[in-house]
Design a protein around this ligand. Structure first.
Ligand code: DMJ
Length: 577
């Protein structure tokens, strides 16, 4: 027992302490986290430039940097097993890392460097080369990078490339898009996985492709069609996607690989990782970007099937599409994007629980190994590598946006620290060959600049997203959500509930991922006045999206769907299983 006098003085102290310390605990907290964010943003900024400048010095205009030998690789072509010696003498790569870095440069506020990149690409990029490339990779990295950069370059809010920009990036994107088209010339409309940029599909080309290979083209090719006014790209991607969807089993599951000429499955087992991941991602993101009800319906059924047949607590295993029976019990690094997608859907509790498991594995090894065998609790013997992948940082960014829980900032900090201590070398950032020894590999993948650094930066500084509404492609390139790109508003559109963003101040707080803003919709309010109105958005009652009942949830801005309160107490686009 404390003596009475001591207790009295403790009570007196508690009563007068607020006047002694006029700053409240929450203010202390928020200034602590603001300082932490500033510090971490600077660290990520430095990481990006260390990677970028080394690329420019030792690899540009080739595709990617080899940071240990300070040399380069033309990986876009090598992905097609075409070694450099088989390329024409003058082949200098396609400046892949430069293209991939452009949207990150804008997000980090470096418009000058962005403009330099635009200029260089406009004058030098040439796709008329005898190079066999992977359609999926070239689409998400090169076409996506160019289309997104074109949009950023022409966005009046950015004041970029003043005057001198004559849509050169769009012209390049269209040239590339045209070179993709022969790949779709198959009896099924499903595209070949490989194509020669100059000569089209090569003789004896393999018929085998993956589900993501033919089901994750719609964002970039759709955007290209919207920008050029030529529907051919979107139609080709859409036809392939619909054909793929028609190949699902009665359980609404798909396999991982298939034959593009016969439309038969080759590998019946699939999960949410390699070969399939971005297929799910694009069904939902295509619904956000183009507003088509069809995409939502496909995604909805596919998502339910994933949760039903692949999910095991916070983990996801693989299953046979024909009977739903579990096949492989593996955690793969690529699966770590899934919680980020779940945040967009509103399934935050499920996202949080899976994300925690990935963080646990990251902490156990210091980074995420490519493949971990859940049934043997050991690493896959030949897939112990970590090639600087972004997926965990990506999910961490989405979860922080949705919850504002500073725990996610700490996760981001530990990712940054691991990257700096294990992968930073004098010549850039190197991949890890073996997470048990931390032995390095001589490769800095372009997605390290397009995604890993970008998502980490946005985690600590999301000012780029304020007042804007973007969807990020699977390679992290932002595309704007515009009502003019929506074929029509989704069925759940509620005309009587149009709402204005009430005040300048409130609008400023809005960001795409907190779902506070809507597809940009300009409305005539009479006498030549134009106002940006929310098409159907009703904000959640609380800014942190917590709720006790459905009545506290609003209508989602990007999809115009009613949000409901989850059992975990968050408003979201809940799917009922
Ligand atoms: C990226 O190229 C994309 O995120 C793609 O969808 C899959 N993985 C790599 C990075 O890990």
């Amino acid at each position: 027992m404390l003596p009475r006098q001591v207790v009295k003085w403790i009570l007196v102290f508690l009563v007068i302490s607020p006047s002694l310390f006029p700053v409240s605990v929450s203010e202390v907290d928020s200034s602590y986290w603001s300082a932490k964010k500033r510090h971490m943003k600077k660290k990520v900024h430095d990481m990006f430039y260390h990677a970028y400048e080394n690329y420019l010095t030792h690899a540009f205009p080739h595709d990617e940097l080899k940071p240990l030998s300070k040399s380069f690789t033309d990986s876009l072509s090598e992905l097609g097993n075409l070694k450099l010696e088989h390329l024409p003498q003058h082949y200098n790569g396609s400046a892949l890392t430069l293209i991939e870095s452009m949207s990150s440069l804008v997000i980090m506020g470096n418009n000058t460097e962005f403009e330099r990149a635009v200029l260089w690409l406009s004058e030098n990029l040439n796709f008329d080369v005898d190079a066999r490339i992977n359609l999926f990779e070239c689409n998400i990295r090169v076409l996506g990078g160019l289309v997104s950069a074109h949009i950023l370059a022409t966005d009046s809010a950015n004041r970029l490339v003043q005057g001198s920009y004559k849509n050169q990036l769009l012209t390049l994107a269209e040239d590339l898009g045209r070179r993709f088209l022969p790949a779709f010339d198959t009896p099924t409309g499903l595209p070949y996985a490989w194509i020669n940029l100059k000569y089209g599909v090569m003789e004896n080309e393999t018929n085998e492709t993956s589900t993501s290979g033919c089901g994750s083209l719609i964002l970039e090719m759709g955007a290209l069609s919207r920008l050029t006014g030529d529907p051919i790209y979107e139609s080709a991607a859409l036809r392939a996607l619909r054909r793929l969807w028609s190949m699902r089993s009665s359980l609404n599951l798909l396999g991982t690989t298939l034959d593009v000429t016969t439309g038969e499955w080759i590998e019946y087992s699939s999960g949410i990782g390699a070969g399939v991941d971005s297929f799910y991602e694009y069904l939902f993101k295509a619904h956000i970007l183009f507003g088509k009800e069809d995409f939502w319906r496909m995604f909805h059924s596919a998502y339910l099937a994933v949760q039903k047949y692949f999910r095991h607590g916070p983990w996801y295993h693989e299953a046979d599409m024909r009977n739903g029976k579990a096949t492989y019990w593996q955690l793969t690094s690529l699966q770590a994007f899934w919680p980020g997608l779940q945040v967009l859907v509103g399934d935050i509790a499920a996202a949080n629980s899976s994300h925690r498991e990935f963080v646990h594995v990251w902490k156990k090894f210091g980074v995420l190994p490519e493949r971990y065998l859940l049934d043997h609790l050991m690493l896959h013997p030949t897939e112990k590598y970590y090639p600087l992948r972004p997926e965990l940082a990506e999910s961490t960014f989405y979860l922080y946006q949705a919850t504002k829980d500073p725990w996610y900032l700490e996760v981001g900090e530990s990712i940054v620290n691991s990257l700096n201590s294990y992968t930073k070398v004098d010549g850039g950032f190197a991949s890890i060959r073996d997470v048990t020894t931390m032995q390095l590999e001589d490769h800095q993948h372009s997605f390290f600049l397009a995604e890993t650094c970008k998502y980490l930066y946005l985690l600590f500084d999301d000012s780029f997203l304020v007042d804007r509404n973007y969807v990020f492609t699977t390679e992290g390139h932002p595309l704007p959500v515009l009502s003019s790109w929506h074929d029509r508003l989704p069925e759940a559109y509620i005309p009587s509930n149009w709402t204005f963003l009430p005040s300048e101040k409130q609008a400023r707080r809005a960001s795409a991922m907190t779902l506070q803003v809507c597809p940009a919709m300009s409305l005539d309010c009479g006498h030549g006045c134009q106002q940006v109105k929310s098409a159907c958005h009703i904000p959640d009652a609380r800014s942190d999206h917590r709720c006790f009942g459905d009545e506290e949830c609003g209508v989602d801005a990007t999809t115009c769907r009613r949000r409901t309160c989850s059992m975990a107490g968050y408003c979201g686009l809940w799917l009922f299983i």
